[in-house]
Design a protein around this ligand. Structure first.
Ligand code: Q9C
Ligand code: ZN
Length: 341
């Protein structure tokens, strides 16, 4: 399997993540992508290719133009305002307040975000664009006949809505790849999100559509991020009714339980008869992940890859979460090796 990788991911190198009242070194750090790349090479998974440049048009098929423009200039505005640290949202429109775009940079950071752990600094926009190009290049390879491709995206994407960043995500790479398939004439696309966290952005982007089936398996949002979306009674709306599926699990879920939901997901995908599949691949389901509570083992990722292959679909993998950096390379590449059999 070919891997798409951009060294520009390292342009995102924030020093802070708000966690437990402290500004800690971010869990979503550059070494994540480098460790996965090293494992891809070590295992000779296949060629590693740089992304092509697609520009902002395919990103704007999923994200609003004003949101994209905000991300492009946010850091410069923050610096121009004389702010001493990294750009961190700290105010939102709570219940009863107005969802109106303010002029001030603090107000606009809140307007375009849903969480405060994701700081912005120099290079974040460039890295997010490169990450989308990585996904789009993998999508093009698959559209041109590859059975599957691995988009080694960083930063991740599945938490990003059409006009919201958060959860370490800015552009929704999986959604952008799925929309690219649609725009190239693929009639139906399925997105299966196996990251530990709910794919809230992906769900929201396609919530009223029946051409893109969205499925997410994740930790119960009553207990974990993103807390305010991802419950099982969210099934889609309008034309999209019946085209979103959430499967939630409690703490300490092992693969033997998690895989029952995977079967349900695979059956729904088969029934949908998509023309292409996008896997939002997080390996923060790992037993040693520092911010998550499932109990998947490294071997389980081989089994997962095998099961995904059995769907028999042209498949793009977009890298999402996974924060045990010592294991992230083995776990992510195991999915690809399981897929290849
Ligand atoms: N104390 C992805 O996996 N909250 N994003 C973490 C830790 C944010 C995860 C709280 C988690 C975001 C792509
Ligand atoms: Zn995650």
């Amino acid at each position: 399997m070919k891997t798409i990788f951009s060294p520009l991911h390292s342009r995102r190198h924030v020093k802070t993540e708000l966690d437990g009242g402290l500004l800690i070194e971010p869990h979503e750090k550059p070494s994540r992508a480098e460790t996965i790349l090293a494992r891809v090479k070590d295992q000779a998974l296949g060629e590693v290719l740089p992304p092509e440049e697609f520009g902002l048009e395919p990103i704007k098929r999923v994200h609003t133009a004003d949101y994209v423009a905000f991300l492009e200039t946010c850091w410069d505005e923050w610096v121009a305002e004389g702010k001493p640290g990294e750009a961190i949202p700290a105010v939102w429109a709570g219940r009863g307040m107005r969802h109106r775009l303010p002029k001030d940079i603090d107000g606009r950071l809140g307007y375009y975000s849903f969480a405060a752990e994701t700081s912005i600094s120099d290079g974040t926009f460039e890295a997010a664009c490169a990450s989308a190009n990585v996904a789009l290049t993998a999508q093009r390879l698959v559209a041109n006949g590859e059975r599957a491709a691995f988009a080694l995206c960083r930063p991740p994407g599945h938490h990003a809505h059409a006009d919201l960043f958060g959860g370490y995500c800015f552009f929704n790479n999986a959604a952008i790849a799925a929309q690219a398939f649609r725009d190239q004439g693929y009639g139906r696309v399925a997105i299966l999100d196996v990251d530990f966290h709910h794919g809230n952005g992906t769900q929201a982007i396609f919530y009223n559509r029946n051409d893109v089936l969205t499925i997410s398996l994740h930790g119960d949002p009553d207990l974990v991020f993103p807390h305010f979306l991802g419950f099982e009674d969210e099934t889609g709306e309008a034309d999209g009714e019946g085209y979103n599926l959430n499967i939630v699990y409690p703490p300490n879920t092992p693969y033997s339980i998690w895989s029952q939901g995977l079967e349900t997901a695979c059956q729904r995908i088969a029934e949908f008869k998509p023309d292409a599949l996008v896997i939002a691949l997080g390996v923060d389901t790992f037993e040693e992940d520092p911010i998550s509570f499932f109990k998947l083992t490294s071997d389980d990722y081989l089994t997962l890859g095998q099961r995904l292959e059995q769907l028999g679909l042209p498949t793009v993998f977009t890298m999402e979460g996974g924060y045990d950096v010592d294991a992230i390379g083995v776990n992510a590449v195991n999915v690809m090796q399981g897929f290849e059999g």
